[in-house]
Design a protein around this ligand. Sequence first.
Ligand code: CU
Length: 366
Amino acid sequence: MRRSSRLIMTAASICWLLGAGGLASAETTTVLWGPFPMPPATSEGPGDLEGISGTSGLASFVAGLLGAEVDIGPIPKPCSNCYITAVRPNMVDANGDTLNFNTGGMLHHVLVANIDEPDVFCRPGFSGAINLMGLFAGGNERFFAAGNERTHFTEQPGYGYRVDSGDDWVLVYHLMNMQPVARDFYFEIEFDHVSSGVEATRPMWVDFDQCDDSERDSPVGYSDVNKWQWKSDRSGYIRTIGGHVHDQGISIAWENVSRGSNIYTSVAGYAAGAGSAPVGPGSGTDAMHPTDYNIVGSDPLGLGSYMGHIADMTVGYPNGRIKKKNNMVTHTQYHHSQTPGEGEGDMGIMIASFDEDFCITDFWCF
Ligand SMILES: [Cu+2]
C-alpha cells in the first residue's frame, strides 16, 4: 500500500493548567510525511537516503543542485495560526508499523525548518546547505529535530511554537534501511497544539557544528573537544531544552560562561547492558560533565526495539537566563571505543525554546 503525506487523525483533546490563566485545551494532530523510497541493504551496507523535501520555487532548484531533493509535495502542518506545545516523532512503514533497529529501520535524523523565518544562528547565506536554502527561500528557522531516540519534546506549560498559515516547512533527513528489500519509510509525528493562550517562543538550534552538516568526529576514549561558542545577540530565558547525541554519547550541556551558570545538561539514556552505550564515564568535573549516562527502564516504543542503541535524551525546563553579550559554550561528552564510520559522524545538538525579552533599545534589556 502506498500512502502520501497527510493528516491522519485528530485525537481527543487534552487539557492542562496554564498558571493563573486557567484551562486551555490542546488538540492532538498526527501527520504522516512521506513516502521516502529507501533502497535495499546490500553487501556494501544499509540502504541509505539523505534528502531534502518540501521545497518549492528557487529553494527547490537549490535542493536539486545539492542532489538531495525528494519530492513528496508540500509538508502538511498539523495546524495553522496556532502554537505547537508538544511533538512526539516516530518513523513507520507503509503499513503504519514502527520502524526501528528490530525491524531494520533507523531514523538517523530529521530536521524540520520553517523557510519563511530566518534562523537565530544561521542566517540565509552561502555557507552550508541550510543557509543556502534560506537564501533562496527567505528563511531557514530550524524548529524541531529528531534522532532515532525520538525524544518527546513537550514545551513548558504556557509556551508554544507559533505556526502562521503562510509558513512553509521543509525536511532535511537521513534514513537507513537494513533490510535487503526496497521499502517506503514515513515520518509519523504527533503534535499537540493550541490556538491561543500561550506565549510564542523562538526556537534556538544549538549545534557543535553550527551552520554546517552538524557532524563532527569525536576521538577514541573520553572527549569533550567539540565545543561551540556564541556571544549572545539577544536577551531572554530558555524555557524548554532537549539534546541529541549519537551512540556512545553521554551528555550535552549549554553553559552561560558569563553568568557562571549551566543552562541545562541533556543526558543520554540506554537500556541496561546496551551494546552501544559509552565505554567509559564522563569527567564528572561539574554539572555540565556528568559521570553517568542514564539507564532507562522503559520506552514508548519498547526498549528492545533499539537493540542496544541510544534510546533517550532528557528534556528540561531550566528558565535559564541569557543576556545580550553573554558568552555561551556547549559541552558534548562521548566515550568512544572507536571513531564512527565514514559518513556517520557524531552529533551534539540542543533545541531550545527561547522566551525573548521585549527590548525597545539595548538600554532596557542589557
Ligand atoms: Cu544525529
